[in-house]
Design a protein around this ligand. Structure first.
Ligand SMILES: NC(=O)c1ccc[n+]([C@@H]2O[C@H](COP(=O)([O-])OP(=O)(O)OC[C@H]3O[C@@H](n4cnc5c(N)ncnc54)[C@H](OP(=O)(O)O)[C@@H]3O)[C@@H](O)[C@H]2O)c1
Length: 333
């Protein structure tokens, strides 16, 4: 039987926590190619927290998804047919093909992946969007100085793990916050953070205070909610908060209020919110430095790979509940 394209689309807007019923699987013929296009068979799909807010019909930095639309997402895959010299058959490319097995790219929306730089999947993680996010947010916005204390939330995850390792390379004291003892052990023993505090522990606030005796100069914030409140109690004068993510609130039906205004004012804190898609020019230099650190063994990464496109919704739901341990990927082919 000839190959067909399989897609996963958003069936309806989720109400609160996303469920399997919010998705539908659709099959169709493979798309035909025009001159200047190449057909890609997807190898890996990246699952990222930003996809959840896109499913809500509210104003954002991108157009929200409408029911029936393909779920978006970063992909790496192999060119299986081409009418474009720059992307010949067999080439590996990174692009944004979304939750599908095949897709069409052109010279402007795909970049060649060099397999010499690392496993192809790293183009979606440590050498891709999440790695660049960590690099940009920490170094361009957080601007940590040697000896300063950097706190990173969702510390074992795709972004957080890279943030903490870069902060260590820059001579900082690095404290992670993660869910559960297993993730915390990994953050300290494998990634080399100075400490990691489990936000699920009953004495989380006391543990955080003990781990930040000189307070927190840079908070790389991925989570929001009560975890952010707890760190604000430890914030240093003139601290920088790099507001990267707010994952604890992506499925929330009632917004969690900002409770730390007093701390922001008293300690003259600067909050830098950013979206890495706004900083395309920054990517090549950051990717070059990240791949150098990777080759030198200075950067470690971990992947959590789910098998098969039909399992993407389940893996996505699991990630949004903290079930992933490392960069969440789906092996598509
Ligand atoms: N601004 C940007 O351009 C940009 C780009 C990429 C990512 N981000 C943001 O960065 C953050 C991390 O993304 P990632 O791709 O690296 O994901 P990730 O950390 O690999 O996976 C998500 C992690 O979030 C934590 N989490 C989930 N629900 C939580 C909750 N209710 N409370 C506390 N922690 C919770 C879980 O870790 P624990 O088990 O440790 O809680 C989970 O493993 C997300 O907020 C994402 O939106 C922003």
């Amino acid at each position: 039987m000839s190959e067909r394209n399989t897609q996963i689309r958003m069936k309806r807007h989720p109400a609160g926590m996303v469920t399997q019923d919010d998705f539908e699987l659709v099959q169709s013929d493979l798309p035909a190619l025009a001159d200047g296009e190449a057909l890609v068979r997807v190898k890996y799909l990246s699952l990222d927290p930003y996809m959840r807010p896109m499913m809500d019909p509210v104003r954002s930095y991108v157009e929200p998804l409408k029911p029936g639309q393909l779920m978006p997402g970063g992909t790496v895959g192999e060119v299986v047919d081409s009418r474009l010299d720059a992307l010949p058959k067999g080439a590996l490319v990174a692009s944004m093909l979304g939750w599908q097995t095949h897709g069409v790219v052109n010279a402007t929306n795909a970049r060649l992946v060099d397999p010499e730089l690392g496993a192809v999947s790293t183009a979606l993680g440590v050498l891709g969007m999440t790695g660049v996010t960590a690099h940009y947010g920490l170094l361009e916005l957080g601007k940590p100085e040697p000896g300063q204390t950097v706190v990173v939330t969702a510390a074992s995850g795709a972004v957080g793990s890279v943030v903490g390792q870069i902060a260590k390379l820059k001579g900082c004291r690095v404290v992670g916050i993660a869910g559960g003892p297993q993730k915390c052990r990994y953050v300290v023993e494998e990634l080399g953070f100075d400490a990691c505090v489990d936000y699920q522990a009953p004495d989380f606030a006391q543990q955080l205070a003990a781990a930040t005796p000189d307070y927190v100069d840079v908070l790389f914030e991925n989570v929001g909610g009560p975890v952010l409140d707890a760190v604000l109690q430890r914030i240093a004068d003139h601290a920088r908060i790099v507001l990267c993510g707010n994952i604890s609130q992506y499925n929330a039906t009632e917004p969690y209020g900002l409770k730390g205004m007093r701390q922001l004012l008293m300690h003259r804190v600067t909050v830098h919110a950013f979206v890495i898609a706004d900083h395309r020019d920054y990517w090549p230099a950051a990717q070059a430095e990240l791949s150098k650190w990777l080759r030198e063994g200075k950067l470690k990464y971990r992947e959590d790979v789910s098998e098969g496109l039909p399992n993407a919704p389940q893996a996505f739901i699991r990630m949004l509940s903290g079930g992933n341990f490392g960069k969440q990927l789906v092996k598509v082919s």
